[in-house]
Design a protein around this ligand. Structure first.
Ligand SMILES: [Zn+2]
Ligand SMILES: [Zn+2]
Length: 242
């Protein structure tokens, strides 16, 4: 069975990526402390991300994450395909006649259609290199439904502007995420990984931040981590500076 679970919280050793063993204070695989206090000793988070492109981009765990994610999605949708019709039958909303069976078939069909469309969305895009040339915060309004009416709601959009090596400009919007926005600084060199299973913008110099984003589950990690504490995928880090 899959070693990884999809969920929230720390499930994986931040040093070696092994599953955390409940009740243990130290990782039995690599000997590192799980507890937040002792975990990093006196080492600083600043600089721990290192400088340079990470060579871990080919790690098989990224693909494995997708396989596991799909597996758990199938289990969930499979369960819903049984639970929903069962409830409808039990409450008398439908009965097992021709009409009822049609309704069940449609519901199950739609469930799986959405599931597969979601899991297999996206495609491989070309990689690109670039530099952060501008950042801006746009104040925008959107129409949201309030009762029977629509009302205007103000929101901010965080936009990072990249100039690609071919001279073109690319704007990436980090909708409501100021943390992501702050993560990029003007002048930063970046590489975009366009593989479908691994779509992420990697910063060349990661030594100026105390945080690292997991490129798979987007969990915010301490820069001293080597593996995402939530999903166990390797974190992209450069060479340490000392
Ligand atoms: Zn470990
Ligand atoms: Zn992760």
């Amino acid at each position: 069975m899959a070693k990884k679970l999809i969920g929230y919280g720390d499930f994986f050793c931040s040093n070696c990526g092994d599953r955390i063993e409940k009740g243990k204070k130290k990782c039995p695989a690599c000997g590192v402390w799980y507890s937040e206090k002792k975990r990093y000793g006196t080492s600083s988070a600043l600089g721990a991300g290192g400088i340079g492109w990470s060579d871990r981009i080919k790690d098989p765990r990224y693909k494995k994450y997708d396989r596991n994610y799909r597996r758990y999605s199938y289990i969930w949708v499979g369960a819903l395909s049984i639970i929903i019709p069962t409830i409808m039958l039990a409450t008398g909303d439908i009965s097992l006649d021709k009409e009822g069976i049609t309704v069940i078939a449609v519901i199950i069909g739609v469930l799986w259609l959405f599931c597969l469309a979601f899991l297999y969305r996206g495609r491989n895009k070309p990689d690109w290199d670039g530099q952060v040339v501008d950042k801006r915060i746009d104040n925008k309004t959107r129409r949201v439904k309030s009762g029977d009416d629509y009302i205007k709601e103000n929101y901010v959009e965080y936009i990072v502007v990249f100039r690609l090596t071919d001279g073109s400009i690319k704007e990436v919007s980090y909708k409501d995420s100021q943390t992501r926005f702050d993560y990029f600084r003007i002048g930063d060199y970046v590489h975009f990984h366009g593989k479908k299973h691994l779509s992420a913008i990697e910063k060349y110099d990661k030594s100026q931040d105390e945080i690292l984003f997991c490129i798979k589950c987007h969990q915010l990690n301490d820069a001293r981590n080597n593996f995402c504490s939530r999903c166990g995928c390797p974190l992209l880090k450069g060479k340490p500076q000392k």
